[in-house]
Design a protein around this ligand. Structure first.
Ligand code: UD1
Ligand code: CA
Length: 454
């Protein structure tokens, strides 16, 4: 049995924000969402989140995630007091353990959590670290045999204790039934008049339950966020870590320091990503995909061999094999670009399918359209899909040629192999294989003079 308690009641005053601290994003997702995701990797039986400041907002942000139980801590009287609020919800079967995490320490990795739980050996374990500057942290006091004796908070520590460089990261694991007993014994007779969770370490030693220490695999895992400065620093650390993982998987990043992933990115072999790109949500890039500089790609699938050129914006869209998109293209939700198709600069596509080998190379708006294979869409083509109230669709069949500056007033169909003359405003269906054009005949007026200023 594993219980996980996440402490998230604190105010986060230094963030200077109306948003509860644990909802501030890291890599595009609330810090607490990272903690929950990592916690879930351990397949715990219970997850209890202790909330207080902004409780309703925090709860609402995780609406529908039924594996989480929330408890309110009000007022906030310390980390021990916080865990006390969760205690009634913790399963305390004989072999049950409880892992305590912080909502504002978002990057503790599942492997580190597992190591901490293993280190317990049935007893208790604290996640500690040796820091050059331990100021502010609780210190790990050990005996002659190097056994953990207790944790002393910085504010309560003697000068001698303050010289200790091994600090408490705040994360610990304990046998649940014992933990509940120890929580009942906490007092707030200390420098901050708070109920310190850290005091359970001394109780454990007293009760002959051994206390072990484990350490995070990387020191960034235990960095907490108390201010915007720390948030920004941790964001860069996390982005660098994500970039490193991609590089190790064989992705080329022109500059790992100019790469932002706010979600998840899966890449095939030999993917190349130029500088300044932002990936959001769930993005899949097939083998050999090349992404030019400064693209924003969100919840999209780009198939093998496709190239996205500079400054393109793609959201909830699909790009087929070997297609070419951009520079300066915009694919909006529901855009589905066929294999080998080309979508060029200042072309916007929404809720439309472009068949294989289509070309829309310049300045066009294609919305609510079904476009067949090998259709050529000239510059300035617009699907007039909206009459101010309703949306209508445009169908363009295979091998049609849409001349430049054409308006397709939907609902309308262009038949297979049809050609539309430049400048056509198409209000009725264009028959297959024919030239259709709506264009006043050209005339020239001989002897006409430009007006002159009076
Ligand atoms: C705590 C530890 C300290 C450790 C440090 C690591 C205690 C007594 N001290 O100190 O040994 O070195 O973390 O960062 O545990 N919280 C609540 N309710 C409360 C108080 C805190 O939910 O009443 C939450 C906060 O939102 C935060 C976490 O617990 O997520 C830690 O609280 P914080 O005040 O930052 O702890 P420190 O005093 O820094
Ligand atoms: Ca803190």
């Amino acid at each position: 049995m594993l219980n996980i308690v996440i402490l998230a009641a604190g105010l986060g005053k230094r963030m200077q924000s109306d948003l509860p601290k644990v909802l501030h994003p890291l890599g595009g997702r609330p810090m607490l969402a990272h903690v929950l995701d990592n916690a879930r990797q351990l397949q715990p039986d219970r997850i209890v989140v202790v909330i207080g400041h902004g409780a309703d907002t925090v709860r609402a942000a995780f609406e529908g995630q039924d594996d989480i139980q929330f408890v309110i801590q009000h007022p906030q009287q310390g980390t021990g007091h916080a865990v006390q609020q969760a205690a009634p919800l913790l399963d305390d079967a004989a072999d049950s353990a409880t892992l305590v995490l912080y909502g504002d320490v978002p990057l503790v990795q599942p492997d580190t959590m597992r190591r901490l739980l293993d280190a317990r050996q049935g007893g208790m374990a604290v996640l500690t670290e040796v820091l050059d500057n331990p100021s502010g942290y609780g210190r790990i006091v050990r005996d002659q045999q190097d056994r953990v004796l207790r944790i002393v908070e910085h504010k309560d520590a003697t000068n001698e204790e303050r010289a200790i460089k091994e600090v408490n990261t705040g994360i610990l694991a304990a046998p649940t039934a014992r933990l509940k007993q120890w929580l009942n014994r906490l007092s707030n007779d200390n420098a901050q008049s708070e109920y310190y969770l850290t005091d359970v370490v001394a109780f454990s030693v007293n009760d002959k339950v051994e206390v072990h220490a484990a350490h995070p695999a990387a020191s960034w895992e235990t960095l907490g966020v108390n201010s915007r400065v720390q948030q920004a620093q941790l964001e860069r650390i996390w982005q660098a870590e994500q970039a490193r993982r991609l590089l190790e998987q064989g992705v080329t990043l022109a500059d790992p320091a100019r790469f932002d992933l706010r979600g998840s990115l899966s890449c095939g072999r030999d993917v190349v990503i130029d500088v300044g790109c932002v990936f959001e949500g769930q993005v899949q890039l097939g083998d050999g995909v090349k992404i030019g500089p400064h693209c924003v790609i969100r919840d999209a699938t780009i198939a093998a061999g496709a190239r996205i050129e500079a400054f393109s914006h793609i959201q909830e869209a699909r790009v087929g094999d070997d297609a070419r998109v951009g520079p300066y293209a915009r694919l909006r939700p529901g855009a589905d670009i066929g294999a080998q198709a080309h979508v060029g600069n200042f072309v916007e596509i929404k809720k439309s399918r472009l068949g294989q080998g289509c070309k829309a190379n310049h300045l066009a708006y294609i919305g609510d359209a079904q476009v067949g294979a090998r259709v050529n869409i000239g510059a300035g083509t617009i699907t007039c899909n909206y009459d101010g109230v309703n949306k209508y669709s445009t169908i363009i069949e295979d091998d049609a040629f849409i001349g430049s500056d054409t308006q397709l007033v939907a609902p309308v169909t262009v038949g297979q192999g049809a050609t539309l003359g430049a400048g056509t405003t198409l209000t009725r269906d264009a028959p297959a294989g024919q030239l259709t054009l709506s264009r006043p005949p050209q005339k020239s007026i001989p002897g006409w003079k430009r007006p002159t200023k009076k």
